[in-house]
Ligand binder design. Structure first.
Ligand code: NAP
Length: 167
């Protein structure tokens, strides 16, 4: 079962500010949806709260240390390992072949050594932020493909989408 990290990162590795994304790129949200649809998605509690609801047509697994946390449409896990175990069971049931890790910063950092692939949107901007994606170390990752995307009418920056595979 492949483990895939999906992130949009600035040129300064920023991924968020004040609990939100530091850019508005609607077309990348469609890209995110296409990558994750029908697969289990694993996220930290703050990322879930920033999205505000369970993502449709995906099993949502939220990592939290708060044993009382619950929200409609999500399963909870007390650690990344527990979340991966839940996601593997779910994927076996549904026939999905990948588990998608969708943030935030600590979850990305903990999951990166376990990941097989990174699906990265490189946003062509360096906004201020308070959470960061870990460095993509060329010793461990090779860029497999990259496509430039011009901003649409609702997008605040141009960007490229890149796939990295573990060496
Ligand atoms: N650009 C992107 O691709 C992207 C993707 C995702 C998120 N974001 C942005 O990132 C920010 C949110 O991310 P964040 O890094 O602040 O928070 P986060 O990783 O989404 O959530 C942090 C929370 O997850 C739980 N957690 C983390 N590690 C844990 C562990 N090892 N065991 C148990 N629970 C654990 C804890 O929840 P409890 O406090 O409940 O115990 C912790 O407070 C927002 O600004 C969001 O917009 C950006």
């Amino acid at each position: 079962m492949k483990i895939v990290l999906v992130a949009a990162i600035g040129e300064n590795n920023v991924i968020g500010r004040g609990g939100q994304l530091p850019w508005k790129i609607r077309s990348d949200l469609r890209h995110f949806r296409a990558l994750t649809l029908n697969k289990p998605v694993i996220m930290g509690r703050k990322t879930f709260q920033s999205i505000g609801k369970a993502l449709d047509r995906r099993t949502n697994i939220v990592i939290t240390r708060d044993q009382d946390f619950s929200a409609e449409g999500v399963e909870t896990a007390a650690s990344l390992e527990a979340a991966l175990a839940l996601a593997r069971e779910d994927a076996k049931r549904s026939g999905a072949n990948e588990l998608m890790i969708i943030g935030g910063a600590d979850i990305f950092a903990a999951a990166m050594p376990l990941a097989d692939r990174l699906e990265i949107t490189h946003v062509h901007a360096s906004p201020e932020g308070d959470v960061y994606f870990p460095a993509i170390d060329a010793k461990h990752w090779r860029e497999d493909k990259r496509k430039n995307r011009e901003p649409g009418p609702d997008d605040s920056a141009s960007y490229s989408v890149a796939t990295y595979l573990r060496r």
